[in-house]
Design a protein around this ligand. Sequence first.
Ligand SMILES: NC(=O)c1ccc[n+]([C@@H]2O[C@H](COP(=O)([O-])OP(=O)(O)OC[C@H]3O[C@@H](n4cnc5c(N)ncnc54)[C@H](OP(=O)(O)O)[C@@H]3O)[C@@H](O)[C@H]2O)c1
Length: 305
Amino acid sequence: MRTIPLGQSSLQVPVVAVGCMRITSLDKAGAERFVRTAMEEGANFFDHADIYGGGACEELFSDAIGMNASVREGMILQSKCGIRKGMFDFSKEHILTSVDGILKRLKTEYLDVLLLHRPDALVEPEEVAEAFDTLERSGKVRHFGVSNQNPMQIQLLRKFVKQPIVANQLQLSITNATMISSGINVNMENAAAVNRDGSVLDFCRLNDITIQPWSPFQYGFFEGVFLGNEKFPELNRKIDEVAAAYGVTNTTIAIAWLLRHPARMQPVLGTMNVDRLRDCLKAADITLTREQWYDIYRAAGNVLP
Ligand SMILES: NC(=O)c1ccc[n+]([C@@H]2O[C@H](COP(=O)([O-])OP(=O)(O)OC[C@H]3O[C@@H](n4cnc5c(N)ncnc54)[C@H](OP(=O)(O)O)[C@@H]3O)[C@@H](O)[C@H]2O)c1
């Protein structure tokens, strides 16, 4: 599987990550088959969070695969913390406690990557820095990143945190592409020009922070999958046409569209279906033309000035 460096780090990662938020939709045997297939196909980067299934997703993952030292060596594990019931919490105490819980559930001694899941309005970056130092010194976490953060929030952290921020996980799909469309429509009098994220896409490129698009097949906030959906007839016609040209499925093209962006993003897949997973992985070998990329972008209703 093709790899990219994660942010400024020396860690080489597959161009797609396997998200585990939905793994409890499988039973233990199904989860084992899914995780083994991913690893056999070279997709050995797994994305977790302490809140997925209230911890049940991390537990099922490690139980199903029979986590031990040799299994662990063959995979790259990322998890997230900072979301609590009714609040966000980037306090040192919460970060440290959360990581201990994550390591216990994943049955591992270290995380390759820890992300802060969603911005905490009460963040005290000095505390985050202390937590990261403690985790790095103890060997519990090797690399650090964020999720759903804008450039200023990242800069605030970077003023105190000495480890490089290697990744920013953000919602992005063909139908949720505001971070791309605001950059195309700069200063225009149309809705697409609204810059909701402080130019996070360009900021991450400038600072070598890998963007990890989450929910690459969803429209809205988990409203459903846009592929094959009658709400998006033009988009599906175009994707199907491009898929036919490459002899692949529409699933492959949806991921190839994200991978075509030169920011070298690492989409986080949500499927728990091994055939769909394989279709997603095929995208690593496809480079859409500029025309195909823009045709798909416009077919989703995105406008050009
Ligand atoms: N940082 C954050 O705030 C955040 C938020 C949400 C998610 N995430 C991460 O991102 C990952 C992906 O999120 P997601 O699960 O919402 O992403 P997704 O890949 O957009 O959605 C996956 C869901 O769509 C279904 N699906 C139906 N048709 C599909 C098709 N043709 N291709 C692919 N999937 C199809 C899948 O069903 P099947 O299983 O049957 O294929 C699955 O239920 C999560 O696992 C998690 O790791 C992060």
